[in-house]
Design a binder for this molecule. Structure first.
Ligand code: UD1
Length: 426
């Protein structure tokens, strides 16, 4: 995609208004792709977003020996004859979510080798809970020169596990091994993100027996892996992409309507939009935001779902930066996820960071400036900031945005923003 040599230039004093369709959820599609390892044969996944992270997961599967092909938003993955059970350093460091193949590989082969993860620089992001959960199912781990080596000397067996924290990745990895463990598994304090329900639904379509879907206590009755089969599954809409465009509508006044999203997935974000002074209407698969009053100050703390999502923290910090008074944003899910604040301060925001709290004093406006996307969501929020700033903003590091937003520039342009990608050297 060439994003390494490109920047996004945003012309300020703009508005966003109209309708936009959200793509399928990145965080769902990546795990659905990993789950295809468990169903020998051709899996069809629909509503898969056209983003770089999906390409990386495609490379991971191809490395394992799968045949991956795409037509527009439909992905077919043939896992009939996998030749490897290993995910190399180059791919795992490109994208942390590559670790999602660990559970399925163990389920299918009883063994796996996965390089220790890298990914977004937003805090420690350990995988201790993944390993503890899988160990409870009978997996034995060694580390061999930076590679996690998993064996199942006694086979996989069901277990009752209470996660220390409702980790999304640990819940998913456990699920994808537990579906083919012998006996019953109960995952307590499981993560409840809608993308996990999507994964559970797909696994059940493949022949798994999961109940308690969408709750914090997930029950799995294991079946032999040979009984799992491929399926045809449609990815849920991306609530974070939807929330990003809603933040854009709230910022400029809108009205902005996002389609292809269940409003139930964004309950807390919608509550916060209303507290900020926005009007929000919803129907089965759309949400509309508009605002005529000034933005209010707001207090937000990020928490596992159904709490406020950490992946919308930067976008809402931007709204707080223009709110009337002092807002407090507390980040509870990741360490170091305030790098966005420093970039926003270049544009004139008034923010003090105290450990995992950001004290945001509202200002009257922002000024365009050169800024850098420090991660995916920060990148998206900086482009939004540029839209209401005075003058031009140049966003560097847009490879982060391409990892997770399908045609972000095109979708914002269709809502009326003056935003374009240009070669960095131009
Ligand atoms: C997923 C999402 C990410 C989102 C996050 C929280 C994907 C590809 N990414 O990431 O966009 O921001 O959920 O909603 O789906 N932790 C440990 N040990 C572990 C696992 C996690 O300490 O074994 C910590 C992490 O360092 C982090 C926190 O727990 O501070 C949350 O992590 P987790 O819920 O696992 O998020 P991810 O699955 O990495």
């Amino acid at each position: 995609m060439g994003s390494a040599n490109e920047v996004i230039v945003v012309h300020g004093n703009g508005n966003l208004a109209g309708e936009v369709a959200v793509s399928g959820a990145k965080n769902s599609a990546l795990k659905l792709m990993a789950a295809s390892v468990l169903g020998r044969g051709v899996t069809t996944l629909r509503n898969v977003p056209l983003i770089d992270d999906i390409d990386v997961m495609g490379e991971v599967l191809a490395y394992l020996g799968a045949t991956v092909s795409r037509t527009d938003h439909v992905l077919t993955i043939d896992t009939a004859s996998l030749t490897r059970n290993e995910t190399p350093y180059e791919l795992v460091t490109k994208m942390r979510a590559s670790i999602a193949v660990l559970g399925p590989l163990i389920g299918r082969f009883g063994e796996a080798r996965v390089a220790m993860p890298g990914g977004c620089q937003i805090g420690a992001r350990n995988i201790d809970m993944h390993l503890v959960g899988l160990e409870a199912l009978g997996v034995v781990f060694d580390v061999d020169h930076g590679i996690i080596v998993a064996h199942t000397p006694q086979g996989l067996h069901g277990a009752q596990v209470t996660l220390e924290f409702p980790s999304v990745g640990a819940t998913e990895n456990m699920l994808m091994a537990a579906v083919c463990a012998e006996g019953e598994t109960v995952i307590d304090n499981a993560a409840r993100e809608p993308e996990i329900a999507d994964l559970c639904n797909m696994l059940n379509e493949m022949g798994a027996k999961i109940s308690g879907i969408g709750t914090s206590s997930i029950h799995v009755e294991g079946v032999p892996v040979s009984q799992l089969h491929p399926c045809d599954h449609t990815t849920v809409g991306d609530r974070i992409e939807a929330g990003t465009f809603l933040a854009g509508g709230a910022l400029t006044g809108g009205p902005v309507t996002v389609r292809g999203i269940d409003p139930d997935y964004l309950r807390m974000a919608i509550t916060k939009l209303r507290s900020l002074g926005c009007e929000v209407e919803t129907d089965q698969d759309w949400i509309r935001v508009s605002r005529t009053a000034p933005l209010n100050a707001i207090d937000i703390q990020t928490l596992p779902h159904p709490g406020f999502p950490t992946d919308l923290q930067a976008q809402f910090m931007l709204l707080a930066a223009l709110g009337d008074g002092l807002s407090v944003i507390t980040e509870n899910v990741f360490e170091n996820r305030f790098m966005f604040a420093a970039e926003l301060m270049r544009m004139g925001a008034d923010i003090d960071l105290e450990e995992h709290h950001a004290l945001v004093r509202g200002v009257d406006g922002l000024q365009g400036a050169p800024v850098s996307a420090t991660d995916l969501r920060a990148g998206a929020a900086l482009v939004l900031a540029g839209i209401i700033a005075e003058g031009d903003t140049t966003v560097h590091g847009i490879a982060h945005i391409d990892r997770g937003y399908e045609d972000y520039v095109g979708k914002l342009s269709s809502l009326g923003a003056d935003v374009k990608r240009v070669s960095a050297s131009a």
